[in-house]
Design a protein around this ligand. Structure first.
Ligand code: ADP
Length: 396
């Protein structure tokens, strides 16, 4: 069974075609700059050179058409005919309170997704466009929606409710939803497997540290708290997002800097985080390099980032009444031994003992704590696409 996994962003479409019998990626690629000048598709088939197709794409349907053509191309294709695509799995950012698991997409689901647009105005519309483009271009192929928010729907009400007037939750659905759910679910399941334990016996803190970053407290295989909130702005200091700040700062800055809603949203989402503190970059590699060269603000940004991750780890251990495993994933989590070490430093009181030698790896499934560490520390590369494909197969 071949599953096409699709992840539509505002101007991009990422895809993977996965043979689920062998769990093998047949083709992988990215359409970018959709709707703007210079649009192109980067397409790669296993054991072949990557190709770049430069063609105008006015919308996601154009992009998908080029992707499908590439998939069946005589020279660069991965399959002979489109009917070898047996199903499509779509990443959908926001499922609101309606979806606590993945679903087969039908008209009712599409209508429910439209209702969620208000909660994710930037993310859900491109996801819906991707779904509609598939309906038109490969009609009849069954589709499944996998939500970033779904895994966190198990949070107890005292985790997700904000200390605001309760009517605002009832009226507008203002509550914590959490994101990166597919990644937290994948790495926690892999953790149980690697430790040879049943997930229902484990208390795990998963740290998804990429440009966007979040932690989750996972007890008995269920998310019981997570650091992102109503939107992906809450929680850690991120590439360009501020994470937790005193909410009074928002109106203070608006007044002082004469900013409207758009202006303040832009500042908090695009100009803050480690980029805002360092003034160097939103990319952790650049900031690490600047810090190594003695840039004090770059160092301060990394210290702030690491300290906040550490703080959430300890908080989640308290929330779960202990912790058996801490897992690092995503760009920085998988690839930065230095930051993993700084985050774990000082957590010895909780039974965390990092093995510096074992920790010196990048992008490989490994246990990086010492053999006698009470709390296991792991690096697990995330694989949201495989999780989406697995859900798709399971549901169909
Ligand atoms: P997203 O999907 O949120 O864009 P990723 O999970 O791809 O993010 O992570 C991107 C981040 O990971 C970037 O800030 C990048 O600098 C960081 N990263 C990737 N490789 C390394 C590395 N070797 N060392 C430090 N940071 C890294």
């Amino acid at each position: 069974m071949n599953v096409l996994v699709i992840n539509c962003g505002s101007s991009s479409l990422k895809y993977q075609l996965i043979d689920m019998v062998k769990e093998k990626v047949l083709a992988i690629g990215l359409a970018e700059r959709i709707g703007i000048e210079g649009s192109r598709v980067k397409h790669e088939v296993s054991n072949m050179d990557k190709i770049v197709i430069e063609e105008p794409m006015k919308d996601h349907k154009d992009a998908l058409k080029i992707v499908l053509d590439a998939l069946v191309d005589e020279k660069h294709g991965a399959i002979k005919e489109l009917n070898e695509i047996n199903a499509v799995g779509h990443r959908v950012v926001h499922g609101g309170e309606k979806f606590s698991g993945s679903v087969v997409i039908d008209d009712e689901v599409i209508a429910a997704l439209e209702e969620c647009i208000e909660l994710a105005p930037l993310h859900n519309p491109p996801n819906l466009i991707g779904i509609r483009a598939c309906q038109e271009l490969i009609p009849g192929v069954p589709m499944v929606g996998v939500f970033d928010t779904a895994f966190h729907q198990t949070m107890p009400s005292f985790s997700y409710i904000y200390p605001l007037p309760y009517e605002l939750y009832e009226k507008y659905g203002i509550r914590k939803y959490g994101f990166h759910g597919t990644s937290h679910r994948y790495v926690s399941a892999r953790t149980a497997k690697l430790l040879g334990k049943d997930i229902s016996e484990l208390k795990i803190v998963t740290c998804h540290l990429g440009n966007g970053a979040s932690l989750a407290a996972i007890k008995d295989g269920k998310s019981i708290d997570t650091s992102m909130g109503f939107t992906p702005l809450e929680g850690l200091a991120m590439g360009t997002r501020c994470g937790d700040i005193d909410p009074a700062i928002v109106t203070f800055i608006m007044e002082k800097e004469d900013l409207d809603i758009k202006g303040i949203n832009n500042l908090l989402n695009k100009k803050s985080g480690v980029f805002g503190i360092s003034g160097v970059s939103s990319d952790f590699r650049d900031i690490e390099q600047a810090a190594d060269e003695g840039n004090e603000r770059a160092k301060l940004a990394l210290d702030k980032f690491d300290m906040r991750v550490k703080k959430y780890i300890a908080a989640y251990a308290a929330v779960m009444g202990g912790v058996d495993a801490i897992v690092f994933t995503a760009g920085l989590g998988e690839n930065s031994p230095v930051n993993r070490e700084k985050i774990c430093e000082g957590l010895e009181f909780m039974g965390v003992k990092l093995d510096r030698e074992k920790n010196n790896i990048r992008g490989k499934e490994t246990i990086v704590s010492t053999d006698d560490s009470k709390v296991k520390v792991l690096v697990i590369p995330t694989n949201e696409e495989l999780m989406i494909a697995k859900d798709t197969v399971e549901l169909l």
